[in-house]
Write a protein that binds this ligand. Structure first.
Ligand code: PHE
Length: 468
């Protein structure tokens, strides 16, 4: 700090802090971060992947990945963001000691990932949103899977409807992002998360009290390791990345909004546990009910839209629970999308010193363009395939299985081998204020040695080294 800066600080003690919007602290920090982690990943992906990969054994591998890969990378990201007080690209530019090595590319790949994920995510969110009204109107209240399938196909193969619901979702998210970090993201998370939790509990109680619910519990909790293929093991790890919003700079950006008194490892552990709880509750809302009515949970991505409505239609008071279910799923998607949009918005405001308004407008329009590729993947663009994937599937596959794990690998390597122990200790003990050195040391060792090796396995799977 030079003399003038010191003088400025004396005059305005909080000058540096007030310039940047940020989370206000306490519960708001946990809820906003949890709001990013919780999303369609918990309620759409987690059940369909667990359902398609044999249940409990998949869940166990998912738990291990969350602990050994997810938590260390999340702590790393929060730390880097707070140390740099920058979004991901600038965080690496500021923190990397050797400017010749382009660490900032990790941040840049995160901006790309945000666009790819948002492209299909807004579309699925749009389906869920539309399903609230379909459920209310009773159109999907039938036990006949042929009818629910026709309803779903009708929706996704209608190009204008697909684009329209995506634009509605984008506009709503854009409006919240415009309000800023504290007044937009944090405030929304504080309102939405408790409601989401309450609604989810209602559906869980319904599902667990059905006759025959036990078979679903067996599926979710009694592991049968014979069903666990090598590919499934690595899919579970990819899901952990997606679930915790890590490997792409979201958590770096959010970390940059943390106060300097925030206990990062404790906060990250809370977020991880909260996210896990929501996934388990989603499993408890779905599997007992699915098994109670003798339906198979292995439909894949359409589980929520074709299978689940028939299950609700079979149960007493099912109409009510179906509406509640799609409502809570829509709510879950909000916080995740806010964090996905925040990544490019924060990048543009920092890079070009644009106003938040300009950056948000540019990002939302950009997302409407790239998003249309995914939105039209089941209609006009159904036959356009790259590497055998439609745009929708390509964005989903490539972000989850390539961009996020590659990002996570480099983040762990950066923290473990470049940033180094001394700085990590300083940052995570809050410069000695917290007496958690042993815990921080454990974190450092895992991040330096264990996480990169495990992540490398995820990557090899992404590239098909272990076969399909
Ligand atoms: N974690 C979110 C979910 O589970 C998705 C997400 C991924 C959000 C990456 C931000 C970044 O739905």
């Amino acid at each position: 700090m030079n003399a003038t800066e010191q003088l400025e600080l004396k005059v305005k003690p909080n000058a540096g802090v007030q310039l940047r919007d940020g989370f206000t602290g306490g519960l708001g920090v946990v809820l906003a971060t949890l709001g990013s982690a919780v999303g369609l990943g918990n309620i759409w992906k987690f059940p369909y992947l667990t359902g398609a990969n044999g249940g409990a054994a998949f869940l166990i591998v998912y738990l291990l990945s969350t602990l050994l890969v997810g938590l260390p990378v999340m702590i790393s990201e929060h730390m880097l963001g707070r140390e740099a007080r920058s979004e991901a690209v600038h965080a690496f530019l500021k923190l990397s000691p050797n400017k010749k090595i382009p660490w900032w590319l990790v941040g840049a790949s995160g901006v790309l990932a945000a666009f790819m994920i948002m492209a299909f995510y807004t579309e699925v969110a749009g389906w869920v949103f539309a399903y609230i009204f379909k459920a209310l109107g009773g159109g999907i209240f039938t036990t006949d899977p042929a009818v629910t399938e026709a309803a779903f196909v009708n929706l996704i193969s209608n190009p204008w409807l697909s684009l329209g619901i995506q634009w509605v979702v984008l506009a709503a998210i854009g409006l919240i992002i415009l309000q800023g970090v504290a007044k937009g993201i944090e405030k929304t998370a504080k309102r939405v998360m408790p409601v989401l939790f309450g609604l989810l509990l209602i559906v869980v109680v319904r599902s667990l009290t059905l006759d025959g619910a036990a078979a679903g519990l067996n599926f979710l909790f009694m592991p049968d390791f014979s069903k666990l293929t090598g590919a499934a093991i690595l899919t579970a790890m990819g899901l952990a990345f997606f679930k915790l919003s890590i490997g792409m700079g979201t958590m770096i950006t959010y970390g940059s909004y943390y106060g300097s008194e925030q206990n990062i490892p404790v906060n990250a552990a809370r977020v991880m546990l909260g996210d896990l709880l929501v996934s388990l509750l989603a499993g408890l809302a779905i599997f007992p009910a699915v098994f109670a009515y003798g339906v198979e949970p292995d439909a894949g991505p359409s589980l929520l839209f074709i299978t689940i409505p028939t299950v609700f239609a079979s149960m007493p008071f099912g109409h009510f629970f179906m509406v509640v279910f799609f409502l809570l799923t829509s709510l879950a998607a909000v916080g995740a999308m806010l964090s996905l949009v925040e990544v490019p918005v924060a990048f543009l405001t920092e890079k070009f010193t644009w106003s938040r308004k300009t950056a948000t407008l540019v990002v939302v329009f950009g997302l409407a363009v790239t998003g249309s590729l995914a939105a039209l993947s089941n209609s006009v663009l159904a036959d356009v395939k790259l590497l055998g994937f439609t745009f929708f599937d390509l964005f989903d596959y490539f972000s989850q299985n390539v961009l996020l794990p590659v990002g996570g690998l480099f983040i762990a390597l950066f923290v473990g081998w470049v940033f180094g122990w001394k700085k990590v200790e300083q940052a995570l003990t809050n410069r000695g204020a917290l007496k958690n050195t042993r815990l921080v040391r454990l974190f450092f060792l895992v991040t330096r040695f264990v996480t990169p090796v495990l992540v490398l396995l995820v990557l090899l799977n992404g590239f098909g080294v272990f076969g399909k």
